[in-house]
Design a protein around this ligand. Structure first.
Ligand SMILES: [Zn+2]
Ligand SMILES: [Zn+2]
Length: 255
């Protein structure tokens, strides 16, 4: 692999390694004592099965562009996910979302970086999908931002958490059809033109279900002058692995 993390990544990594030596953590995936995210859990990560849609990354019977993307082209250039949203990633992301485990975010960022390295996307700026102000007040931090920040250090790209804002609080996406999800998050974001104009951007989130949120956020970035928007998530929710459970999970978390 060709990852060349900057010094700030190593400083951050060593800091967390030191903390873990003093206070051995449990794996957020399987609960085993010793590491925040163990090798056995890491090895279970696998991206959605091929063939997938060239644009939205959704598994489909044949290669090419899926009917949804053919009918309405998403605002992102491509969307990919590091792994299917199921055990052990499901409990790990839940842990990250509710316990602000920054060391775990750093570990997951490493998995994302290895995956990203295979895609050969040349982005310059990483922008996390922001929470609404209300959700940010409740939770105090953006779990996608924690991973994105470490990922930026690994890739030597710029982390830009202020490029996007939520301009309205959207209802939970739970139980909504794909079309209703798009409508729900339509015009939910606004971009800072001076931070995105002319840039190739990696938009980052923790979980993708239909991609509606990423589409809406990409629209705002494009309207702000972004040259191209790639979208990456840690996990992709698939019906086969309990999309309903995903949705009840994101009921509390959907922004
Ligand atoms: Zn584990
Ligand atoms: Zn598609």
């Amino acid at each position: 692999m060709s990852l060349r993390p900057g010094l700030s990544y190593y400083l951050f990594h060593w800091l967390w390694s030191g903390v873990d030596l003093l206070f051995p953590p449990r794996c957020a995936g399987c609960g085993k004592l010793g590491q925040r995210w163990c090798q056995a859990c890491r090895r279970q990560l696998a991206p959605p099965p091929e063939p997938i849609c060239e644009i939205c990354g959704e598994p489909q019977p044949q290669p090419g562009i899926c009917p949804n993307c053919s009918a309405t082209r998403p605002a992102f250039y491509a969307l990919r996910s590091c792994a299917v949203f199921k055990e052990p990633l499901r409990p790990a992301l839940h842990h990250l979302k509710y316990r602000q485990n920054r060391g775990l975010a750093e570990a997951l960022a490493w998995d994302c970086a290895l995956f990203l390295d295979t895609l050969h996307w040349q982005a310059e700026v990483i922008v996390p999908v922001p929470l609404s102000e209300q959700r940010m007040r409740e939770r105090g931090y953006n779990q996608a931002g924690l991973i994105a920040h470490s990922l930026a250090r690994l890739m030597n790209w710029t982390y830009q958490p202020h490029a996007l804002q939520r301009i309205r609080h959207t209802r939970s996406q739970v139980g909504l059809s794909a079309a209703a999800r798009r409508e729900n998050v339509r015009a939910a974001f606004s971009a800072q033109d001076r931070l995105v104009n002319g840039k190739i951007i990696l938009l980052f989130d923790d979980v993708a279900t239909t991609g509606a949120t990423l589409h809406s956020a990409s629209e705002a970035l494009r309207a702000g002058g972004a040259k191209r928007v790639y979208a990456l998530t840690v996990a992709k929710a698939l019906p086969k692995y309990g999309l309903d459970r995903t949705e009840s999970f994101s009921a509390r978390s959907s922004r």
